[in-house]
Ligand binder design. Structure first.
Ligand SMILES: [Zn+2]
Length: 296
């Protein structure tokens, strides 16, 4: 039984456990035009029967595997996605390159992408861009380009309903993810500040938090603060000169080892390189050859 929360014509299709990975919370807009945003594994397992209507428009907030599982139910629909993320939907090689994992991990991950997450290359796209407004009849949706998680990550703002779909700015206690090679730390900070400034009454995340209707400002602030907490942990660790390999093993993002999560090393590496670059630019960390250390 699918749990659905309606906000006017905007329906939140809640996945199991509030959309805990590999599931997620999808959006259906049932208006003169019917739109489906981020069709999750749950939408796929429900064979798309999360709405009685035919889907007119298909959107993905970004290229990550769990946000487009149900895309395969609509092979002929052009996919609405930001042009910075569209190349990842064109070819498996490109999406793997964007994830930035090593060869062995790619080899292990590829069959999971194809069999579990139904990755199928697509070649028809409609470009999303910041500020673009879609009018579905009575419901309007504004695209908010919020890069950092990926280069083309977008949120979707239903201004009349005061509902902001956050996609993977998921507001968890784990904190924001910027572990791909297309990720950007400064853009993450700017995007989260932008989200907070929108002051939407209802926040909907793809994972975990699900629907938030109370304490939105504090929630975004707590989430953003995790970025600075990671930075403090890294600076403390760099009191002694360290190599990148040592920084990766410190698990500043994950806080502990997850032997069954294959991308931990890649996420730590890509994220820590972003933190190190920021701190070097700010003159707070120095680098010589393989070693990084905190400036006195
Ligand atoms: Zn994602």
């Amino acid at each position: 039984m699918t749990e659905v929360r309606s906000f006017g014509r905007v329906k939140v299709i809640l996945g199991p456990k509030n959309g805990k990975y590999p599931y997620g919370n999808s959006i259906v807009v049932e208006d003169d035009t019917t739109a489906l945003i981020d069709p999750s594994l749950w939408v796929f397992e429900s064979n798309g029967k999360v709405t009685e209507r035919n889907i007119d428009l298909l959107f993905n907030s970004h290229y990550h595997e769990d946000h487009g599982v149900g895309n395969c139910l609509f092979p002929d629909h052009p996919l609405h996605i930001h042009p910075l993320d569209a190349p990842a939907m064109r070819s498996l090689d490109t999406i793997l390159e964007y994830y930035g994992m090593d060869e062995a991990t790619n080899a292990a991950w590829t069959p999971i992408m194809v069999e579990k997450f139904r990755y199928q290359p697509r070649d028809r796209f409609v470009d999303l861009h910041d500020g673009q407004v879609f009018d579905f009849g009575h419901t309007k949706m504004r695209v908010i380009h919020t890069p950092g998680h990926t280069g083309g990550h977008c949120c979707f703002f239903f201004e009349q309903e005061e509902l902001l779909f956050l996609a993977d700015w998921d507001m968890t206690r784990f904190g924001p993810m910027y572990g791909d090679v297309t990720s950007d730390l400064m853009a993450t900070i700017a995007s989260l500040e932008q989200i907070r400034a929108l002051q939407a009454k209802v926040l909907v995340s793809f994972h975990h938090v699900g629907i938030c209707e109370d304490g939105q400002d504090a929630l975004v602030t707590r989430y953003l603060d995790i970025v600075y907490e990671r930075e403090r942990l890294l600076l403390d660790f760099l009191a002694t000169p360290r190599t990148l390999e040592e920084v990766i093993k410190k698990r500043i993002i994950y806080r502990k080892d997850y032997p069954d999560v294959m991308w931990v090393d890649a996420v730590e590496k890509n994220s820590m390189l972003l933190h190190l670059r920021k701190l070097i630019e700010e003159g707070r960390v120095a680098q010589e050859e393989e070693h990084y250390w905190r400036c006195p």
